[in-house]
Design a protein around this ligand. Sequence first.
Ligand code: SF4
Ligand code: SF4
Length: 317
Amino acid sequence: MKQLVILSGKGGTGKTSVAAAFAHLAHEYGVQAVLADADVDAANLELVLQPQKLGNHDFIGGSVAVIDPDLCQGCGICEQICRFEAILLQPPAPSPRIGRGVERGAGYSVDSIACDGCAACVYQCPEGAIHMQPQIVGQWYRSESRYGPLFHAELRPAQENSGKLVTLVKQQARLLGLDTGAELIIVDGPPGIGCPVISAASGADLALIVTEPTTAGIHDMQRVLQLSDHFRLPALVCINKANLYPEGLHQIEFYCFQNRIGIAGSIPFDQTITRAMVLGEPVTAYAPDAPASQAIARVWRSVTVRLSGGEGDNERS
Ligand code: SF4
Ligand code: SF4
């Protein structure tokens, strides 16, 4: 079972459009694939594939400190030792139990957003008034799309640990793939080069880097290629909206040539992609003869050839 991760140095390059089209093409060509949306901070593959959710599961992403007001003696030690300024001395507040306008005593509490979960306060509190409480910070889903099973997730706002959630989503996809004898896992990765991207790329056989010929696109493509090189992950480049800025296109081609990086293909700017997205369809299913669909099909062939150990038609390395 091969694992393909689709990445981009930045958001908005068309990565998810390519991933959705690949899901459709795998289905069309009889390749049994499991899909994983690893962009847990902004999962949107489901918007295109419109899957049916079969089950949802809580994601426990860590713990935060909680102060028991009945045990706290107000010594302030925890506030002094917390390096994240997560422990606050609350002003007296009206107590609904006592009645409007009547105040209860001031006390210490934890700002769960600021709390890093280090537990230092737990060990320092002389009264044993603080404990760590696990937190549900997101959910992950097993769904069924028209083109195969899809694993996806969403992290709650302002929550961290997206790398762990990405790993979990991929693990679930891999387990199902092993159980069902799937040939391919298609991972729609997060943008950027941070921890979630490293989690998404971990264990992959090939990264397809989707970029666009803009200054920012080229810069971010270089960063994600350096990342894949660092982790010895083979990579191919796919240039989206390739005809919009010829000079940028030549810069990408020259960079790839210099660094012996294969180009899987170029996709022209084509509003059919937008129309397909609005209707919740992969462009290759919505309009198979559109220029963008034809170009993505060529990229798909290059990728599958590389995954099977050969060199694609368009590759230059
Ligand atoms: S260290 Fe313990 S007793 Fe002291 S203020 Fe903090 S929670 Fe209260
Ligand atoms: S667990 Fe760490 S970060 Fe959280 S309140 Fe305690 S000392 Fe601060």
